[in-house]
Write a protein that binds this ligand. Sequence first.
Ligand SMILES: [Zn+2]
Length: 464
Amino acid sequence: MRILPTTISTGFALAAAALLVCAAQAPPPQPSKITIPKGPIAAEELRDLVETLASSEFEGRGSGQTGGKKAGDFIADQMKERGVEPFGVDGTYFQPFTDGVSMRNVVGIVKAAAGGKPDEYLILGAHYDHCGLGLRDAGAMGNQGEVHYGADDNASGTSGVLAVARAIAQAPLARSVIFILFDGEERGLLGSKHYADNPLVPLSKTHAMINIDMIGRSTEGYLFIAGIGTSPVWDPILTKSLKAESKILKNVERSKDDEARSDQHNFVKREVPAIFFFAGMHKDYHQPRDTPDKIQYKPAAAIGRVVLETLKGLAAVKEKPLFQKVGGNGMPKGEDALEADVFRRATAMARRLGGKIGPTAAGVPQFLDTEGRGAKAGIERGDQILAIRRRGSKPGPWVEVKSVEALRLEVEKMAAGDSIQLKILRAGKESVIDTEIGPIPEWKKGPATDKGDLPPGPISKGKG
Ligand SMILES: [Zn+2]
């Protein structure tokens, strides 16, 4: 899932090439060891796939990065193993595109069964890219250089697509089904936008689209489905396919509206009926902690079966489903607040210096206000931070910080209680202030705004 657009901070893209140098060495994945099951989608099938996709080998699947490319190759290989035909460009599984970096959607097809309608299409999609080794422009929230495994976001959905594709390849439907693993989602839904702008079959012949994004952390049988209002076709089919899994998926929330933060949105914009499956937000969102051991494989498999049954239902309807316009924010209110809170917590590093920090017009970090520790240390509102260093018995070297981001990266390396010095510019004069690093703010669930502790921009000149 893409981060809240309103909370994206720009202008601090890091040299990704430099980050790749510190990637952990891991044995290459062994796709041949992943057995291709028969029968219903089960937890084990998803576990095998998630554990590979979210292994360190794929380095967090950053779009345009080495790990992302490896993941694309692995997915294409899995499609082939699962009996899904290539449906990208030039007879390959890939639909390449460039938007700053080179990316690839991975596309396969299972044609309609004999006697069916091969020229009418359904699409099942999920994004396979994630935050790589902490790519800021892919929504990472600190932790540069660390593998962002993205087990839930979205190795879970990617695995779900591969499992459903396997089941359909073993028993084709009455309409053709295209499977797309999108790249560049975390950078702004780029892969699905590229497909919608350059569809491999006419969108007029695309009857419906299903997107699954973050289906791995269902708790107490929770499942959220958005976009049901995009066509009257959805409600009756979903009611039936959900009923069969009601023992596991006990708490299903449906929204008529679309959810603008994931890939089906680009299909809804083109008037293709599209829905979005999502199993809930969590505090490991876009953090290196989103690992395979935390995935709830049983409900994820149940969601996979619901998706499969929904595709079967769509393949069986007589007419092309009618498209209906809907609003664009189907996310449950509580989830919105939780996501915002996750973001706030991750961006609260500036608070650890004892004040809110934002950039001057020239981009230099400056205190927008002070509190507690900061005020006690003698920091004043408007103080600009030029450099930071560890103090202790033997002071470390000064590290110049020319931007809020540069400062934040330094603060992230430090632990609560570390003694530090800040080189400050106040009224044209430099001075040094002794202070210490505060703790990372406690995780608090509850109402939050997306403003959090984000730098609100330059403050006005006058003294506050
Ligand atoms: Zn995401």
